[in-house]
Write a protein that binds this ligand. Structure first.
Ligand code: SAM
Length: 496
């Protein structure tokens, strides 16, 4: 299939004959995973020609140079990605999968989570938002009473910033409702000119954030991508290569809670790839469930609440002045970032272990890894207990406070989340993630000045660091990824 059929223009022909075109193509595919363009040179060249014409770059070498420029490359890559990606989507797309959500998955997950009163759903590759909003509409209208007062998250992520901006607005043309009844649309949307605006009650649990399935490691609590009950990733991996998809599947699995469900596009169920899941067939849909423990057959099943985590007893600590444990020695950020992580070229990044983890379970670094792994796998109560045990033993451990903040956030405990973030920053101002997450928190609370300040602090800490290093010691997110995320959020809050 070609997106364009007309004869190539002279500009497109020049790009196709440019010796730097193959390198540009490799960079595009490596960055987006869109293997789709491997045999579509004319389509890719057409998009490149438009971008290059718009910004006045003469040839592929110059454009490649611009894309790799540390200062301007990211913005141009975003602009290019906005043209490359295909955002075809509509409300309640593929009815049979939404039937399965209504009849099987949501009742099962809600029953299982009734003790913790929490529900986390991720729409990966959400485009302009109809997929996460359809889920939110179903939840609100059909399960509203059962989940009243619950901490519900429906997260939409995408690589295309323009799509995300439109998703946040939540305003759609008629075409997005092609399979939705007029009465349901009227109940959930308000007419604004010739468009439809989603009503606020269907927006309140939905949030959107940038995430590149190929380059942003997951699961990652620090990136808010962890511990989901349901992941929906439809019509996204069809553009990726087989090895890329094979590397993504375990990442999805790890990002689900035990018993969590993965819904892929109905046209892409290569079931062999999902053999680590339990496959469940419903009329017109194939679903995958992560099952770590033997379970009852699907259906409304009551699961016993998980046993509370008992943290190991803390060993005696080195004592500092005034009886407080001695603070960690101050190391320069550069010396903390010495080890260069090995990164695959164009495959999603699995969850590596933190860079430096003491093998001795009595060491705080080891216990922190345990806490972080628990959090990354969505075991919030256990992660909270693990962090609390570290904090009780080492009150000045900035990381333990940071992870505790992340867990507070997932549990909907806003005040404690903010306090713990500020404590982490107070204890170690050089850590980037606490500043970044405080920025996100304050942006959500519409404290624009505070958010801008926090994002700028994070930005300042990243200055001069090499892109490929972990953002903070032992973290999966790299400096480059964090730089992009901070720049994007600064732009969103109007501080760029
Ligand atoms: C065809 S849309 C699917 C939208 C929605 N899931 C649905 O099925 O209606 C594919 C989406 O995947 C996104 N996408 C492509 N590559 C991606 C990547 N590497 N990481 C995250 N999203 C990506 C595109 O930007 C686009 O919005």
């Amino acid at each position: 299939m070609s997106l364009f059929t007309a004869n190539p223009s002279p500009a497109v022909t020049a790009i196709l004959e440019d010796p730097a075109f193959p390198r540009l193509k490799v960079l595009v595919i490596d960055t987006t995973g869109m293997e789709f363009y491997r045999d579509k040179d004319a389509d890719l060249a057409r998009i490149l020609a438009e971008r290059m014409d718009e910004i006045g770059v003469a040839d592929c070498g110059g454009y490649l140079h611009l894309l790799q420029d540390p200062a301007q490359g990211k913005a141009e890559m975003d602009a290019l990605i906005a043209e490359l990606t295909i955002g075809e989507t509509y409300f309640f797309r593929h009815k049979e999968q939404f039937d399965a959500l209504r009849e099987l998955i949501l009742p099962e997950v809600i029953e299982r989570n009734k003790m913790v009163r929490r529900l986390r759903i991720w729409s990966a590759g959400c485009a302009t938002g109809p997929e996460p909003y359809s889920v939110a509409i179903m939840l609100e209208r059909e399960f509203g009473e059962r989940i009243a007062g619950w901490h519900v998250t429906v997260l939409g992520t995408d690589i295309n910033q323009k799509f995300l901006t439109r998703a946040r607005e939540g305003r759609y043309d008629e075409w997005a409702f092609r399979t939705m009844s007029d009465s349901l649309r009227a109940a959930c949307f308000e007419r604004v000119g010739n468009q439809w605006q989603i009503r606020s009650e269907f927006k309140r649990h939905v949030s959107f954030q940038y995430h590149n399935l190929i380059k942003s490691p997951f699961p990652s609590l620090a990136d808010n991508i962890a511990g989901f009950d349901i992941i929906i990733c439809r019509n996204v991996i069809i553009y990726f290569s087989q090895p890329t998809v094979e590397a993504l599947v375990p990442c999805f699995r790890e990002t689900l809670n035990d018993g969590g469900w993965l819904i892929m596009g109905h046209a892409e169920p290569n079931q062999r790839l999902f053999s680590s899941f339990r496959t469940v067939n419903t009329p017109g849909a194939v679903l995958y469930q992560r099952v770590d423990r033997p379970q009852e057959p699907p259906g409304p099943v009551a699961m016993p609440p998980q046993a509370p985590f008992s943290a190991p007893k803390a060993p005696p600590l080195p004592v500092g002045r005034g009886g407080l444990p001695a603070p960690a020695p101050v190391t320069s950020r550069r010396s903390m970032l010495l080890s260069k992580p090995a990164r695959p070229k164009s495959a999603p990044v699995p969850s590596p272990s933190p860079a430096v983890v003491p093998a001795d379970p009595s060491q705080p670094g080891y216990r922190l890894k345990v806490a972080r792994d628990l959090a990354d796998s969505g075991q919030w109560e256990k992660a909270a207990a693990a962090c609390d045990a570290i904090i009780a033993a080492v009150p000045l451990d900035a990381w333990a406070h940071f992870y505790r903040a992340m867990v507070h956030e997932q549990l909907g405990e806003d005040d404690q989340c903010e306090k713990a973030l500020r404590r982490a920053i107070y204890l170690d101002r050089r850590l980037v993630l606490p500043h970044y997450h405080l920025g996100l928190f304050l942006a959500r609370k519409e404290d624009v000045a505070g958010a801008v300040r926090s994002f700028r602090n994070a930005q300042a800490l990243l200055t001069g660091l090499a892109d490929e290093h972990p953002v903070d010691p032992g973290e999966k997110i790299t400096v480059g990824q964090m730089r992009e995320a901070v720049a994007m959020h600064l732009k969103l809050v109007g501080g760029a």
